[in-house]
Design a protein. Structure first.
Length: 138
């Protein structure tokens, strides 16, 4: 019994001492700092995972667009269109009509329909500054 009360006194002295309190506070600070680090690391990892998920969704959408584009390129209508535009191919029985820039103006179309080719410049073909010159000085 005396031994037991003596042990209790030693425990009370150790637990009540300033050194024990200082060591307990240091241990608590160490634990709080490590907890904060791990919490911050977890937050960073969660943010990185979310960014990677968004990147995956974006890449899957891009992949789908490319797959659709590949399907379009494999279609017969695209192949025919490209052959007509780039290779100047035509189907059997079709007639090809080529229009140049000369035939795009209405006066040239009228001249062509009349059977004459007028090489003079008309009012519509003259430049803007020349029209102003003629307006003020003639």
């Amino acid at each position: 019994m005396i031994q037991q009360s003596r042990d209790e006194n030693i425990i009370k002295k150790v637990l009540g001492s300033k050194i024990f309190l200082f060591l307990a506070v240091l241990a608590l600070i160490y634990l709080v700092i490590n907890l904060g680090r791990e919490s911050y690391r977890k937050h960073q990892l969660t943010k990185e995972v979310d960014n990677l998920k968004l990147e995956i969704e974006r890449l899957e959408g891009s992949n789908q667009q490319l797959a659709n584009l590949m399907d379009y390129f494999k279609e017969e209508s695209f192949i025919e269109k490209e052959a007509r535009l780039k290779l100047n191919l035509k189907k059997p029985g079709e007639k090809v009509v080529i229009l140049s820039d000369y035939f795009n103006t209405s006066s040239n179309l009228d001249a062509l329909s009349n059977g004459s080719h007028n090489t003079e410049t008309t009012e519509e073909e003259s430049t803007n500054y020349w029209k102003w010159w003629e307006y003020f000085f003639q």
